[in-house]
Design a protein around this ligand. Structure first.
Ligand code: SF4
Length: 361
């Protein structure tokens, strides 16, 4: 059975018409479904007799169920969600500096084919793309989780499992319903799509007119180190990726964020910071410097480590000294399986570094 999350307004309108109801009910029902976190609040709506029974008989409220939840001491909440085919994905609710808001992080694929060497998701390989409805349901789960702790989802990033640019049609369709005013009403500017630097995807997203933010994972300024860390880096050079990001900024008016995850002794030297600053000279992109959450040995067998506080501070000082706007991204959920793909691996009984809190559902 299809879920309501699979439907556009036009899809439901057409079905209502088939059943002999006014198609105009579709937008009201689906909007209430999105605002209510994935359930139609029937008792609060005035609807024609028989419509509720038809909708409930024709569609499931959800096809994505909660399999496990981890809550960190800082409030970061990681959800393991089970899809209709039994596969699992991760979705994360991150606390914000403002008490009443949270940021959501969603997956775009089951697993990932990009093979980034420091990523727990990469170790499980790629299974399949998520449908628009499965992406939307992650957002709806986040809305429910946020509401349960008296908060609301303020922003959404596509930085979970998968490379969004390799499932761009579904990602764009999901964003349209999540961010657009008719249904989820989150707002276009509240959404960020992150990529390892797939230039055709950056260009397609720029042409889509969605007006969302873009984040590019660089993780090294030199192509040799980058190709070692991100095999996709072999295909596109750092300079080419930043040029594509610059075109994205020009086309959308949205400043691009460069993501840089510090790995001890690999990409965290002052010389690499200077090289990064040179690449960014004259560009208005800012750098998000991330602290690595260890995930055990990567696909190459290398077990990466977190940079020391001193190295991280020296790295960011080099950037700022060269007029690059750079911020530390606050580490979140360190006492749970915070890195992308860790919780899913643990739930599947696969090895990982020692953590963590018990899973709950
Ligand atoms: S870091 Fe992102 S793109 Fe790279 S393997 Fe992990 S999920 Fe895929």
């Amino acid at each position: 059975m299809k879920a309501l999350s699979d439907l556009s307004i036009a899809d439901l309108a057409s079905r209502l018409d088939d059943w002999g109801f006014k198609p105009s009910h579709a937008e009201r029902l689906l909007r209430a479904y999105y605002l209510n976190g994935g359930e139609i609040p029937w008792t609060e709506l005035v609807v024609p007799q028989g419509l509720r029974e038809k909708v409930e008989g024709g569609y499931a409220a959800s096809s994505v169920t909660l399999a496990a939840r981890q809550v960190a001491d800082d409030g970061t909440t990681k959800l393991l969600l089970r899809l209709a085919d039994g596969r699992t994905i991760e979705t994360v609710m991150m606390t914000d500096f403002r008490d009443d808001r949270v940021a959501g992080c969603v997956s775009s694929q089951v697993g990932c084919a990009m093979g980034c060497d420091f990523c727990a998701t990469a170790q499980g390989g790629f299974a399949r793309n998520l449908t628009p409805g499965e992406i939307i349901e992650q957002f709806l789960h986040l809305r429910r989780e946020a509401r349960a702790v008296g908060k609301r989802v303020q922003t959404l990033v596509f930085m979970g499992m998968g490379e969004p640019m390799l499932n761009l049609d579904s990602v764009q369709e999901a964003i349209g319903r999540i961010a657009g005013p008719e249904l989820g009403a989150l707002g276009w500017k509240q959404v960020t799509v992150s990529t390892v630097g797939l230039i055709p995807g950056i260009e397609a997203l720029a042409a889509s007119d969605l007006g969302v933010h873009l984040a590019v994972s660089l993780h090294a300024p030199d192509d040799e180190t980058r190709a070692r860390l991100l095999p996709a880096g072999k295909r596109f050079k750092a300079g080419e990726i930043l040029a594509a990001a610059e075109r994205y900024e020009a086309a959308t008016g949205r400043p691009v964020t460069v993501q840089y995850c510090l790995l001890k002794g690999v990409n965290d030297s002052p010389a690499q910071a200077r090289q990064l600053a040179e690449l960014l000279a004259g560009r208005r992109m800012h750098v998000n410097v991330l602290r690595y959450n260890p995930t055990g040995a990567g696909l190459s067998g290398v077990a990466y480590e977190t940079s020391s506080d001193e190295a991280a501070e020296a790295f960011i000082a080099e950037l700022r000294g060269r007029r690059v706007v750079a911020h530390f991204r606050r580490p979140r959920g360190r006492d749970i399986d915070a890195a992308c793909g860790q919780l899913r691996r643990r739930a599947a009984g696969l090895p990982g570094p020692e953590p963590v809190k018990k899973l709950s559902t």
